[in-house]
Design a protein around this ligand. Structure first.
Ligand code: ATP
Ligand code: MG
Length: 278
């Protein structure tokens, strides 16, 4: 427990001071009264004159599961970088619900404020147990200081149990994270994000390097999260996308080329030309 507390303090030191700053935008529930939870409008990002995003428009409904596909270099990861505050666009606007202008928020505030992101490489604490990894990720939006100075509450314990079931690692709770398979580490990292109760979850290439069975489990997990969370999945594995897809957005050269069901986009001649027909 001491090691966990120590790690927790290192992990969140920047946020201890940040908590002193008022963030009134995040005190109210996210306003999804118009449907979308994310608005990306007219967003362009240039790297040395090259337009990675070019007047991108994207609307994600509250609770939806959206798949984003597109050729290498289409701007998929850059789009996630913009939503999470890692990259600031040259033009355009990005809103979280009706009120919160994400372009005015620092990256860690966005992460804590309800937009979780899973990178491709799992970043779990290998020397800690599965349970301790989830405990470390426990921090409610408004009580970082409280989390730092108090033991787990019953509610937090229940939430960890709930997440362990959800990610299918209940039997591995005492196992060291370092001993998990590649797929299990990915699920643990998704679990760590869930401990922060994100409204939106961004997942970049979640099934790369997974076995067939792990891919199926990941499909079931991400599908089960939709509804309670809005989930945006970027993936090249078309069989996987087909198995989870409701609405699919195809990015090409930094903007939306097509949007619709998997069948609609797969039969779109422009999509076939730039991507699927390759
Ligand atoms: N920091 C950066 N500096 C310069 N160019 C960049 C930077 N980040 C991305 N790019 C370029 O912007 C374009 C879009 O990259 P991005 O990573 O968003 O594509 P992607 O759709 O995620 O591709 P992939 O499917 O290969 O992951 C690429 O041409 C890439 O080389
Ligand atoms: Mg990418």
């Amino acid at each position: 427990m001491n090691a966990v507390n120590q790690l927790r303090q290192t992990f969140r030191r920047d946020q201890v001071f940040d908590f002193l700053l008022p963030r009134p935008e995040f005190d109210l529930p996210v306003d999804v009264s118009h449907g979308p939870i994310l608005y990306v409008e007219g967003v362009s990002v240039s790297f040395d004159g090259f337009k990675a995003l070019n007047d991108l428009n994207l609307y994600i409904d509250d609770g939806e599961l959206r798949c984003i596909i597109g050729p290498n270099g289409a701007g998929k990861t850059t789009m996630m970088d913009v939503i999470t505050g890692k990259t600031r666009p040259d033009t355009g606007s990005v809103y979280f619900g009706q009120r919160i202008d994400l372009l005015r928020q620092p990256e860690h505030v966005i992460a804590r404020g309800g937009i979780g992101r899973k990178f491709q490489k799992p970043t779990v604490f290998e020397a800690l147990s599965v349970f301790d990894n989830l405990e470390l990720a426990t921090a409610s939006n408004k009580s970082v200081w409280y989390t730092l100075t108090h033991a787990l509450t019953g509610t937090q314990r229940d939430r960890i149990d709930e997440v362990l079931e959800l990610i299918g690692l209940a039997d591995q709770r005492r196992q060291l994270a370092g001993a998990l398979s590649h797929g299990q580490k990915q699920w643990l990292e998704i679990g760590m994000l869930l401990m922060q109760n994100p409204r939106v979850l961004l997942v970049d290439e979640p099934v790369a390097g997974m076995t067939g069975e792990e891919v199926e489990h990941t499909a079931a997990l991400l599908t089960s999260l939709a509804g309670r969370h809005s989930v945006i999945v970027v993936e090249h594995d078309m069989a996987f996308v087909r198995s989870i897809a409701r609405k699919v957005t195809v990015l090409h050269q930094g903007s939306v080329l097509a949007e619709g069901t998997m069948d609609q986009v797969q039969n779109d001649p422009r999509v076939i030309e730039v991507y699927l027909g390759e």
